[in-house]
Design a binder for this molecule. Structure first.
Ligand SMILES: [Zn+2]
Length: 292
């Protein structure tokens, strides 16, 4: 069966068309997340237009923000996706393409995607380090949702009381220190011409002195977040994904307790693969989603 899987991040919208396990076509576009809901929808539609064929039977959407999976509506999004709060993803896409559509939070999708490699795990947490920091947890085989689908949002756990202002309105969130955006900002304070997060990692790998303090602080906060997750849920594994975690060796070297930590095998595509499976064996509208 042909399906389309889409992942809407703060910077890029990525999508694939798959036939079974076979990827037929892959495409991506800038999200234009700062320009508001209409701009994001126009990018989303432009992407699906490229991937769509008559034989596609399902469209799964992974999106940053707090998504109600039963309705496929974004209940809340930070300004990484401006105006996305209230957006009816499943409704808009399903109606436009006359195809069944479901939407789910991007970190949940990344977790569901990765679970294909870890079918034995029932207690697992996924963290994605990109424009923001996404988090999702499964406990006892069910996605932790809380009363408003926003349980286990680890990116907005406070690591620094009274610290940097976060896009969610609070201060000191993990996202304000551990996202690509935050790393780039810290880097530019020391080196104004810094172009990208990747360049910062490269300069650190090359031993440039000014980067050391930035990565020491990053490591301290990353380990604090991992410890808080262990204390709260005692997961069998904590999986790390997203663009920042692609520098695996350097990332891994910063982690104090490595036994329960692993890197996402699908890399930045984890969310897409989770989205592709949203029509399969998932129980919506109950206390959580069971992935079988
Ligand atoms: Zn926050």
């Amino acid at each position: 069966m042909k399906k389309i899987g889409v992942d809407i991040g703060g910077t890029t919208i990525k999508g694939v068309r798959a036939d079974g396990d076979q990827i037929e076509r892959e495409f991506s576009l800038p999200t234009r997340g700062q320009e508001g809901r209409e701009a994001i929808f126009s990018q989303l539609f432009a992407l699906i237009d490229v991937l769509m064929t008559e034989s596609v039977r399902f469209i799964g959407i992974s999106s940053a923000g707090n998504i109600d999976p039963a309705r496929g509506v974004c209940v809340y999004a930070t300004d990484n996706l401006r105006g996305w709060t209230g957006a009816d993803l499943a409704g808009s896409v399903g109606t436009r393409y006359r195809t069944p559509c479901r939407a789910e939070n991007d970190a949940v999708c990344a977790l569901l995607g990765e679970l294909k490699f870890y079918p034995e795990l029932t207690d697992v947490t996924m963290l994605t380090f990109g424009t923001g920091v996404g988090g999702a947890s499964m406990a006892g085989g069910k996605i932790v949702r809380g009363k408003a689908f926003d349980g286990a949002r680890w990116g907005h756990l406070c690591l620094v009381p009274g610290g940097r202002r976060c896009s969610c309105g609070k201060r000191g969130c993990a996202e304000s220190y551990l996202s690509a955006t935050a790393l780039l900002r810290s880097g530019r304070r020391k080196f104004h011409a810094l172009q990208s997060c990747r360049e910062l990692f490269e300069r650190h790998a090359a031993g440039e002195e000014w980067t050391k303090e930035i990565f020491a602080a990053f490591a301290r906060r990353l380990n604090l977040l991992l410890d808080d997750i262990r204390t709260a849920l005692s997961p069998q594994k904590i999986l790390l994904g997203g663009g920042v975690a692609q520098s695996e060796n350097m990332f891994f070297s910063m982690i104090e307790k490595k036994e329960d930590v692993a890197f996402a095998r699908l890399g930045p595509r984890a969310g897409i693969f989770g989205a592709l499976g949203l029509d399969l064996g998932t129980e919506f509208g109950k206390s959580g989603v069971t992935f079988k």
